[in-house]
Design a protein around this ligand. Structure first.
Ligand SMILES: [Zn+2]
Length: 309
């Protein structure tokens, strides 16, 4: 079992044990270890690449739903993303997937799934393409008229460089985040930007809720970055940060509260009424707390734009 840091090979020590998968109920417990040298926190034991592949296939697509249900779900979700309500949510609750960004040029959405983000990026002026390893998801995105590359980023050789690359809640899933950023550096033009969002390993939700924090997301989240460690890694891989902020999505608050109140029942994280009720409570009543957390560096999501040298 690897006990040294994934990024710097420094010694790590256990800081939180007995962490369970709150999202899907994958059996087992994991330990969070922190590097004594660079401060990066990481999930231990680290799953192997084949183990991760099997886990994603079992939990990260609609294979467990029948085709009709999956289609209805997808149509409902599409209508929501295109609705004025979603636009309002982006303003009020925060935009962790860069769905409100306007601009132009070639944009690569890494881990584009069924292409919902691609639709929004295109509407906002970009010429987006996707990268997606799940064949079913890639096929859905292609059916919407998008170019989707079904290849690992490491092996991706685009015909022309990109102006923007989006890593929306993706970097923390990488077995080697340094290699991922190096690969992005390679596919971006000089002066191009990578837009990153990921959970903040120093958030107040994590401190308050401990093991119930949904963003441990073991064993899928391999690393747990702080803002400073992320910026350091960006510097090491040839990027300079041009914008950074923090967001605490009401959905993440709601799901963490549910995981704490009803442990061992991951399906409740997806039941509409309790989630919506708690989201309204978080956004409507606790908003000063959420705002203060973001300003004080303890928000739940780090949102960073960095420019390639
Ligand atoms: Zn380290």
């Amino acid at each position: 079992m690897k006990r040294t840091c994934l990024l710097c090979d420094g010694e790590t020590r256990a800081i939180l044990e007995g962490v369970r998968d709150t999202r899907f109920g994958v059996p087992g417990t994991w330990t969070i270890r922190r590097c004594e040298r660079c401060g990066l926190e990481q999930t231990s034991p680290t799953p192997t690449a084949p183990e991760l592949k099997a886990l994603y296939e079992a939990h990260y697509n609609f294979s467990t739903l029948d085709a009709q249900t999956a289609k209805q779900y997808e149509a409902r979700r599409e209508r929501f993303l295109m609705s004025p309500l979603y636009q309002l949510m982006l303003v009020v609750d925060g935009d962790i997937s860069f769905h409100a960004e306007k601009g132009n040029g070639r944009l690569l959405d890494i881990g584009c799934n069924e292409g919902r983000g691609l639709t929004l990026y295109r509407r906002n002026g970009f010429t987006p393409e996707g990268l997606e390893l799940n064949s079913n998801a890639a096929a859905v995105a292609r059916a919407r008229g998008f170019v989707v590359h079904e290849v690992d980023l490491h092996d991706f050789r685009p015909d022309a460089p990109f102006d923007r690359a989006v890593l929306s809640n993706v970097l923390e899933h990488a077995l080697d985040p340094r290699v991922m950023l190096q690969d992005i550096h390679r596919v971006l033009r000089p002066g191009g930007e990578v837009w990153i969002s990921l959970p903040n390993g120093r958030s107040w939700l994590r401190r308050v809720f401990g093991r119930a924090w949904i963003n441990w997301h073991v064993p899928f989240h391999i690393t747990h970055f702080s803002a400073s460690r992320l910026k350091q890694l960006l510097g090491e891989t040839g990027f300079s940060v041009v914008a950074e902020r923090q967001i605490t999505p009401a959905l993440w608050v709601a799901q963490t509260v549910i995981a704490a109140l009803i442990p061992g029942r991951p399906e409740t994280l997806r039941s509409t009424l309790p989630v919506a009720g708690l989201m309204l409570l978080a956004r409507g009543v606790l908003f000063p707390l959420l705002w203060a957390g973001n300003v004080l560096g303890a928000g739940d999501c780090l949102v960073v734009k960095a420019r390639r040298a």
